[in-house]
Design a protein around this ligand. Structure first.
Ligand code: NAD
Ligand code: UD1
Length: 341
């Protein structure tokens, strides 16, 4: 089986490519490296002892994409390629819609031309918006996310639904990720944000390694147990295996057509203070922090109802919070400058 992985050099993509190779799936990565380094792919090849075909290209470049579909016999596409910084998406919304929405339409058009019907999409818990109560379950209506980034994910989910109505051969799985953290247990690949990290764990890890002075905790006056926000953090290797499970689900359901959404999370909410404590315990060192005002757009608490993925995908997020912290630290301490070598 051959799978095209767009955005496969990125954080979740590189871990998923590793899991796919370990499951004997051949992988072609298509990435423009706007937010990643080819070094991640080299390391995946070293870790697995297997070859990855790599094509540097933009998903908006339909001619280049088409050449890839001609060159390889592609059975399915896993589509990670997107811009993902929530704050930035409010500053340059057109770039986000161009890249995330138009780019996905280009990819779907080329797939259709080449009669490739199997599609796995990187969606997000953000599609539940502010309207839905926790825990989020797939039967809820799509919400209204507060950022253009979130809106781009809702738009793509709508596009997939419309495409499925028009094309009875189209088979899509939308994986709604909660908060992936951690790194491969080797410490050879991990999350390598450019500039100041937006997300919690990369920031905490950079404080721990001495690259940043202290963490700012955005709000301690939320209606939660300790006043800080709660999220559903899952290990990136569990998330990677969720993609292998989704591919397997498509293979096990040859008569399926349409779009099926699955939440990928642990089902537990963990607070920012609890994350800091868990990280301190894992590295046996204090993380300096201060409490700052709330961040615009943050919801107090959300986590997944992951029963559907547990049951239908035979998938579960098994790795513990402790392992998420230890693996983050192994990656960060072995690679203080990320993939810059
Ligand atoms: P990432 O930035 O590490 O990976 C995205 C990859 O896509 C990068 O390698 C980047 O170079 C590539 N890319 C971006 N635009 C492209 C384009 N036009 N053409 C080709 N390649 C392009 O991000 P990630 O954290 O690995 O996220 C992967 C996917 O999962 C994204 O779609 C993201 O929105 C989604 N997601 C991420 C999270 C999270 O917490 N990390 C949560 C929910 C959903
Ligand atoms: C954010 C995005 C979400 C996106 C996800 C992955 C928002 C509102 N949501 O999720 O759409 O899918 O990233 O890219 O931005 N925190 C701090 N200090 C920090 C950083 C974070 O206290 O320096 C807190 C935040 O307030 C939040 C928690 O840590 O409560 C997790 O934050 P983050 O890692 O950015 O994830 P989300 O906000 O859940």
């Amino acid at each position: 089986m051959q799978v095209l992985v767009t955005g496969g050099a990125g954080y979740i993509g590189s871990h998923t490519v590793l899991s796919l190779l370990e499951n004997n799936v051949d992988v072609i990565v298509y990435d423009n490296l706007v937010n990643s380094s080819i070094e991640s792919i080299d390391r995946v090849e070293k870790l697995t002892g297997k070859k990855v075909e790599f094509v540097e290209g933009d998903i908006c470049d339909k001619e280049k994409l088409s050449r890839v579909f001609k060159q390889f016999s592609i059975d399915a596409v896993i589509h990670f390629a997107a811009l993902k910084a929530v704050g930035e998406s409010a500053e340059i919304p057109l770039s986000y819609y161009q890249n995330n929405v138009h780019g996905t339409v280009c990819l779907l058009e080329v797939m259709q031309q080449h009669k490739v019907h199997n599609f796995i999409f990187s969606s997000s818990a953000t599609v539940y918006g502010e309207e839905n109560n926790v825990p989020y379950v797939e039967t809820m209506k799509l919400g209204t996310p507060s950022s253009p980034y979130g809106a781009s994910k809702v738009m793509v989910e709508r596009i997939l639904a419309d495409l499925a109505l028009s094309d009875s051969k189209f088979r899509a799985v939308s994986l709604r990720y909660f908060n992936p953290i951690g790194a491969h247990e080797s410490g050879a690949i991990g999350e390598d944000p450019k500039g100041i990290p937006n997300n919690l764990l990369p920031y905490v890890a950079q404080v721990a390694v001495g690259k940043r002075d202290k963490l700012r905790i955005f709000g301690d006056d939320y209606p939660t147990k300790d006043g800080s926000c709660e999220r559903d953090y899952l290990h990136v290797m569990d998330l990677a295996q969720g993609h292998v499970a989704a591919l397997d689900w498509l293979n096990r359901h040859p008569d399926f057509s349409g779009v099926e959404a699955f939440n990928l999370g642990t089902g537990n909410g963990v607070s920012v203070f609890a994350i800091v404590k868990a990280f301190e315990q894992a590295i046996n060192k204090k993380i300096p922090f201060e409490v700052s005002p709330r961040r615009v757009g943050d919801l107090p608490a959300f986590w997944a109802n992951a029963s559907k993925a547990n049951k239908e995908l035979n998938w579960q997020a098994n790795r513990s919070l402790e392992q998420m912290m230890t693996d983050t630290w192994r990656w960060q301490s072995k690679n203080p400058n990320g993939f810059l070598i």
